[in-house]
Design a binder for this molecule. Structure first.
Ligand code: SF4
Ligand code: SF4
Length: 182
């Protein structure tokens, strides 16, 4: 979710052009199938040192992406809350875990029965400045999002979904398509 990445990133932020979500959505709509096909190929036939190459590209992505002008993750997706998240955030809000769940969360029907937000945009997103009001205690899922620095093989399925929603993921895959032959 709108992880505002790092102090280094925050310092650079003012120099980065804002994300134009409308044009991103148009572009992503057009390119998503091609990008997913590319990721499928790469998944089946991973070139050597792929994670190292991605690490270099990811640094470039964050020089070009201003999350605070975007927050599309917090506007359109839900994080999942693990047990520690639930305890940490409800304590921060001076609520019990049950009160917190009842007020804002629902449990996934099948799968892992994860706890997720009832509604989007996320209740903790401030729509005036796209800041997270619980940033210091946000869910681990938000802190790690969009998982670009994680091992490709473990997160490629997430990237396939997110090319359509996350401009940073889109940029990474675009760079991969230019620089890595599957
Ligand atoms: S959707 Fe991606 S680019 Fe936009 S705020 Fe979230 S992580 Fe940043
Ligand atoms: S908790 Fe914060 S970072 Fe996570 S989705 Fe909500 S507003 Fe975004």
């Amino acid at each position: 979710m709108a992880e505002i990445v790092s102090d280094h990133y925050l310092r650079q932020m003012s120099k980065i052009p804002p994300v134009n979500l409308r044009s991103f959505k148009r572009k992503a709509q057009y390119a998503k199938t091609k990008m997913r096909r590319f990721l499928n190929k790469l998944e089946k036939d991973r070139p050597r040192h792929l994670d190292k190459k991605i690490e270099v590209m990811e640094k470039e992505v964050w020089k070009e992406t201003d999350c605070l002008s975007c927050a599309n993750c917090c506007k359109t997706m839900t994080p999942t809350y693990n047990k520690k998240d639930l305890e940490r955030i409800s304590a921060h809000l001076k609520m019990t875990v049950d009160e917190f769940k009842k007020k804002w969360l629902k449990q996934e029907r099948g799968g892992d029965r994860d706890w997720m937000n009832k509604h989007t945009p996320c209740q903790f997103l401030n729509p005036d400045d796209n800041m997270c009001s619980i940033y210091e205690v946000r869910p681990d899922d938000c802190a790690g999002f969009p998982h670009l620095s994680k091992k490709f093989k473990d997160f490629v399925h997430i990237h396939k979904q997110n090319v359509e929603y996350c401009p940073a993921t889109y940029k990474l895959v675009e760079k991969m398509m230019e620089g890595i032959a599957p």
